[in-house]
Design a binder for this molecule. Structure first.
Ligand code: GLV
Length: 311
């Protein structure tokens, strides 16, 4: 089975080197436009493929993302309707994400930003404590990662509300909301908002001034979805007005974040370079192999995105 590596501005062959070696003899990885016969290629692995990438492969049937999100492939203009798109689903990634979100939730709840600044000024000042139970968390997106994040936050004692597009069952201790009305109700009872939504036409720009205005005053944003979910100017205004006390940002419209961007030096923003939680290379290799085997057997690949929903 031949599989083409499709990526714009990112060395996918280098990134996947260990898995390309492990899969030797079972999958032969070719580079985009390297002279291989494009008609023989039925499978691709990609990350932000060039706009016309899929036009070159008339018999391509499936494209695998190298992350939990597949928007990087789904947004490629040349992706045909009949190409299946697969993403990586890995429990360990959900656990890593839960740790990341918990860190930032406690950062806010325990006033660490202020203590960090006070230390620099040699200021000894106790702020006073709030219990976890006093700081409700709302999670946008209740897939495999959202469910793990919600469960771990609830275990620590945070009241947890989750929101998804359609109704989903939730375990005891986690309150589920869905649909447009559900979103408003969820936001009204939320101080810390965690964004774990997939990026679709419907969710683009969802983190905006109107939404921030519906949270508890002095709220906190943990943005670990995709950059285009956030209206950046609205975030700056919400931070300036005090509607939001702070924000943890891991994803951005433009990555790497340009050096002149105001987020870098904003005193109420903690930022990380899209590093909240990666899928492992081993899980990526396993998904690529399982997808190739499904293709050989004429079966639908596991973990394929529902193209009509966009995730
Ligand atoms: C990371 O952003 C991923 O999609 O796994």
């Amino acid at each position: 089975m031949k599989c083409v590596l499709l990526s714009g501005g990112f060395d996918l062959r280098k990134y996947l080197a260990s898995e390309i070696k492990r899969l030797e003899g079972r999958i032969s990885f070719v580079d985009h436009l390297d002279g291989s016969d494009p008609a023989e290629i039925r499978m691709a692995v990609g990350w932000h493929p060039p706009a016309d990438a899929f036009d070159h492969y008339p018999n391509l049937e499936v494209a695998c993302s190298i992350g939990a999100g597949a928007d990087n492939i789904l947004n490629c203009p040349s992706l045909r309707e009949d190409i299946r798109v697969v993403r990586i689903v890995e429990p360990a990634q959900a656990q890593m994400m839960a740790g990341f979100v918990i860190f930032h939730a406690i950062w806010h709840q325990r006033h660490f930003a202020t203590y960090f600044a006070n230390q620099r000024e040699r200021v000894w000042k106790r702020i006073g404590q709030r219990t976890m139970q006093e700081v409700p968390v709302g999670i946008l997106g209740y897939g495999a990662i959202g469910a793990r994040v919600a469960a771990d936050l609830a275990m620590l004692g945070f009241p947890v509300n989750v929101w998804s597009r359609s109704a989903k069952p939730t375990p005891a201790g986690i309150t589920g909301f869905h649909g447009a009305d559900g979103l408003d109700a969820m936001l009204a009872g939320t101080e810390i908002l965690v964004n774990l939504l997939p990026l679709t036409a419907e969710t683009k720009g969802i983190l905006n001034g109107v939404l921030f205005g519906k949270l508890r005053r002095g709220g906190y944003l943990i943005q670990v979805g995709r950059g285009p979910h956030l209206v950046e100017q609205d975030l700056l205004e919400a931070l300036d007005s005090g509607q939001l006390a702070g924000a943890a940002l891991d994803v951005f419209h433009v990555e790497p974040l340009p050096p002149e961007h105001p987020f870098w030096v904003h005193p109420k923003i903690v930022l990380t370079p899209h590093d909240a939680s990666d899928v492992s290379l081993v899980a990526t290799g396993q998904t690529i192999l399982a997808t190739a085997e499904a293709l050989r057997a004429g079966l639908p690949p596991k973990d394929a995105v529902d193209r009509s929903r966009g995730y």
